[in-house]
Structure formats: C-alpha cells, structure tokens
Design a binder for this molecule. Structure first.
Ligand SMILES: *Cc1c(COP(=O)(O)O)cnc(C)c1O
Length: 421
C-alpha cells in the first residue's frame, strides 16, 4: 500500500492534491511520501524483529538527503557505493558506524575518506581491493573492518542488467575461493574480518534465489569459523522486488523474506544486515508529468508528455513497466484505448509505454508514473539540456521542495568556453 490515492476524484500525495504541487513547482516533478517510506522501513524492522539486525538502506535507490535523514531518524544504517554517496549520508546526519561501503571499484581516496570519517564495514569485492584497503588503513594507523562479498553463483531470475550473483557477473569473489581469500585477509594487519556479504541482484520476485544464496553463506560461515575466523555479521544485501504492475502477482512480502532469513541463518548467532533500496523507496514516489500533445500517427496514437527518458530512464534502460494514471480520476466506466506514451527527447528509446490502455488524456492534463521513487531521480540526466527534474517531499499536509529544478542559467554557465578558442 502507498499513500498516493484518489480523493474526491483527484490524485493526492498523502493529504496534498497533486495539481497543487504542479502549480507550485511546475512539471515534471518527483514526489515522495514520508508515510510510505516510513511504512516500508518498518516492514523490514518487523520482519527481522527479535534478531540482532541493522537495516542499511541502499542510498543509490534514492539519495536525496531528506530521504536519508528520514531513514537515519527511523534508525536505519545505509549502504553506499561511492565516496559521493558516503558524503551525502554524512551530510544527512548518518553516523559513520552505521555506514556500509559496497562497490567493486573503491578508490584509495574513497577508502581514506571513509576510514577518516568513520565506517561500519567495507564490503570488499576482490583481493586487489583487499590489498589496497590494507595499505590505506596501515598508512592511517587504523584497522578497517571488512566483510568479503561472495558471489554465490545463483540465478536471481531478474533482468540481466540488475542480476549480480552469477559467476559471470563482475561482483564479489567466487564463493569456492572464499576460504583462501579469508585466510589471506587474516594475514593483513590493516584489516579485521567481521563478516560475510552477499547481494545477488535487484527486483527479485521470488524467495528461492535468496534462499539458495543465504544457505551457501550459512555453510561458509561454519567453514570460516572452523578455520578460526570470527564471523559476527552477515550482510545479506538488498534486492527484494516491488509490484510495478498492479495486475501482476505480488512479490514476496518483507515478513516472508524475514521468516526465510530466520530459518536459513537465524541459528548462527550473527548480527544480520540487509540493504533494501527499491522496496523502501520505489512505491513511495511518483513522477508527475503534463501532456503536451496527442498526436495521431499511422495506425497508432502518441501521448507526448513533458517528462522524458532523461527524467525516468527505467523504461528505456530495462524495458521497465510503470503504471501511468491520470491525476484527475477518470469517470467510472470511461472508455480506454491503446496509446504510445512518449517523451520529447530525440530518440525512439524515449518511449515509456507502447499500446498502453489509457482513458482519454488531453493536452494540459497531468499524469502520474507510479513506483518511480527508486532508480528514478537518481538516474536522471540533463540530456537534451533538459533541467534535472525537481523533487518534492510530502508528509500529511506538509510539502517541501527537497531539490529545486536548476535554472537554465545554472546549466548553461556550467560549461566553460576556453579563451583560446
Ligand atoms: C543496488 C544494491 C542494493 C539495493 O538493491 P535494491 O534492489 O534496491 O534493494 C543493495 N546492496 C548493494 C550492494 C547494491 O548494489
């Protein structure tokens, strides 16, 4: 359930009518709901209740500092994948001891930043990275807490671009080599092994791939303990999917996910970390756009919006589906007709939906893309010199612009023309 509902025929974000926001900030804009973000976070809290745990919200899903501040206030830790995200999390008030640093290509500069600023653990993804982190830590006279990200070679059964747990993916070290890698880590005085990390992909709609991966992690935990390592923490990654199409079967609930975690790794006495991003932010946000034209083509019609692939790239990049609904509720029984929903960018890829059944939409009407709170604004660009889309946060009847639309002056003045040209 989210908090974007029709009231008196008008789509609201919590208690705020969307046309009111459109009048204030213009279109397109992203809008997030505090109640929904909070609810989703608490679902994970409840799912892991009774187990020693920390929910490390995956910053990359939606990194606006207002969202991070909310998560931090709710008690979340965060998972960051770059020095930039680390800085954002700190700026939003997340303490270093609640920040987990993931990613295959951490630079020494990023390692230094996190070691100096405070860090819960580095999820190390290769032996060269382990060696670099050891050197950086020794140079600073500190010890870096690490988990090694293992690649369990399981099929996450998700879109190929967001599957990360197969042997052919770039992530983690092959689980078969894990004992050797941990043995090596134990010889490096700048590192302290605290646990094991795994993350097999995003938008998973079944529990079986998670369970297969976690069972391998449980076996590895026992083996590593026999080898003399102290494994006190298991980071089980993120990846639980959300229902993008309301007509489809719903993915497993956090409660079912938590029950499986308890069953598979609950007896190991480890602190559990999970790194959900999409499930917390995805359905807590929408993208609101305005119709510019309705164009009649050869055998098909096009609804041309003022939002484009640069604002929401998921349909172009992952062939992703977003439900798109009129902000003014269609009359009951309003006739639906198929239409291609597109943006103004000069690429055929700038197509949000093909032959989508829609009630009548006229130029000037507002539409909302549902499930756009994760991997939406964070992946936006200024392609075609279209300003980055602004973000709005709603709580009850409170409304705040949490990132402004940049002016054209700001955008144009970012370039420098060399004087010798
Ligand atoms: C992307 C990512 C996540 C979050 O995945 P979701 O599908 O958004 O839950 C968590 N951990 C790591 C290491 C990631 O790369």
């Amino acid at each position: 359930m989210d908090h974007f509902l029709y009231r008196d025929g008008v789509l609201h974000a919590e208690d705020v009518p969307l046309p009111e926001i459109a009048a204030q900030v213009g279109t397109p804009f992203y809008c997030y709901s505090v109640a929904t973000l909070t609810r989703h976070f608490r679902l994970f809290q409840e799912a892991l209740a009774g187990m020693d745990h920390l929910i490390c919200y995956a910053v990359k899903a939606n990194s606006n500092q207002a969202v991070l501040k909310l998560m931090g206030d709710l008690g979340a830790g965060v998972d960051v994948v770059s020095g930039g995200e680390y800085r954002r999390a700190r700026a939003a008030g997340i303490p270093g001891e609640r920040i987990v640093f993931s990613g295959v290509g951490k630079t020494r500069e990023e390692m230094r930043l996190a070691l100096e600023g405070g860090i819960r653990q580095f999820n190390v993804e290769s032996e060269p990275e382990m060696a670099a982190l050891n050197e950086v830590a020794l140079g600073l006279g500190v010890v870096a807490p690490i988990a090694v990200r293992v690649n369990p070679d399981v099929d996450a059964q998700t879109h190929e671009k967001i599957a990360t747990g197969k042997a052919e993916n770039k992530f983690g070290i092959p689980i078969a080599r894990a004992r050797a890698v941990y043995a090596h880590a134990a010889t490096l005085p700048g590192l302290r092994v605290v646990g094991i990390d795994v993350h097999i992909g995003s938008q998973l709609t079944a529990l079986e791939p998670f369970e297969a991966a976690y069972a391998k992690v449980a076996d590895l935990t026992r083996a590593l303990r026999q080898d003399g390592h102290e494994i006190i923490r298991l980071d089980l990654g993120g990846g639980l999917g959300i229902p993008y199409e309301r007509s489809n079967a719903a993915p497993p609930l956090p409660l079912e996910y938590g029950a499986m975690i308890r069953r598979v790794v609950g007896d190991l006495g480890c602190e559990i970390e999970i790194e959900p991003g999409r499930l917390i932010a995805g359905n807590a946000g929408i993208l609101v756009a305005q119709a510019i034209y309705v164009k009649e083509g050869e055998g098909r019609n096009f609804l041309i919006l003022d939002a484009a692939m640069n604002d929401l790239v998921r349909p172009a990049m992952y062939s992703a589906h977003h439900d798109i609904v009129p902000v003014i509720e269609p009359a009951p029984g309003a006739e639906q007709a198929p239409i291609d929903i597109v943006g103004p960018v000069c690429e055929t890829g700038d197509t949000f939906a093909k032959s989508r059944m829609m009630p009548p939409v006229a130029p000037g009407d507002l539409v909302a893309f549902r499930s756009a709170g994760a991997y939406g604004a964070v992946m936006a660009s200024e392609y075609n010199t279209r300003p980055l889309v602004p973000e709005v946060l709603v709580m009850g009847d409170h409304l705040a612009v949490i990132r402004d639309r940049p002016s054209f002056d700001e955008i144009i003045n970012r370039d420098t023309i060399p004087e010798w040209l």
